[in-house]
Design a protein. Structure first.
Lengths: 113, 113
């Protein structure tokens, strides 16, 4: 069965510093991978997705993620964090052919001044 | 554009009561989904629909029912509320299957006491 692990429950980053959020998955075939962001009191918004091709994908708000098949990882990165990036971030993996996403448990990002 | 609209935003139910969580989308999306989000657990799929008149169970369907009489609406019914159903519920929609983005509503926070 597919699964997603986000090992960090909370991360605190200083404003302007770089960010990397970890995501590891278990899946028997080529996965479809997603990162979603949830701001307080809001629904989830898609940051970026990987289906195939270039393993470095660019998303909205200056985020990027790199798919590493050998490590079963899809880590999210941002070179310089802004206070408005404080939110909860979810990694998700889906099967080909139909959208039944399996979500990780989320990483809450705190941004310090 | 309204996107995905969920009502109500908050609700407190007594054990054994019933209620319907409403979800409507105005994007003419074929696919709609209901998720629940529990602290530290990520999102779990309750039910989904691939079009009007077609619904299917997700990972955690027990205690819930759905219907999809129109493309726009996908209500979630709780017949006999239990404390285990205390959660935040998210409705989402997408135009088709996995290759398209899912749009989420702002959520309904339900407490069963």
């Amino acid at each position: 069965a597919q699964s997603v692990t986000q090992p960090d429950i909370h991360i605190t980053v200083s404003e302007g510093a770089s960010l990397e959020l970890r995501c590891n998955y278990s899946y028997g075939a080529t996965p479809y991978l997603f990162w979603y962001v949830q701001s307080p009191g809001q629904g989830l918004q898609l940051l970026l997705k990987y289906f195939s091709g270039d393993t470095l994908v660019q998303g909205i708000k200056g985020f990027e993620a790199e798919f590493k098949r050998s490590q079963s990882s899809f880590n999210l990165r941002k070179p310089s964090v802004h206070w408005s990036d404080a939110a909860e971030y979810f990694c998700a993996v889906g099967p080909t052919g139909f959208q039944k996403l399996v979500f990780g448990t989320g990483t809450r990002l705190l941004v310090s001044p | 554009n309204a996107g995905v609209t969920q009502t109500p935003k908050f609700r407190i139910l007594k054990i054994g009561q019933s209620m319907t969580l409403q979800c409507a989308q105005d994007m003419n999306h074929n696919y709609m989904y209901w998720y629940r989000q529990d602290p530290g657990m990520g999102l779990k799929l309750i039910y989904y629909s691939v079009g009007a008149g077609i619904t299917d169970k997700g990972e955690v369907p027990n205690g819930y029912n759905v219907s999809r009489s129109t493309t726009e609406d996908f209500p979630l019914r709780l017949e006999l509320a239990a404390p285990s159903q205390t959660s935040v519920y998210f409705c989402a929609s997408s135009y088709s299957g996995l290759n398209t983005e899912a749009f989420f509503g702002q959520g309904t926070r339900l407490t069963v006491v």
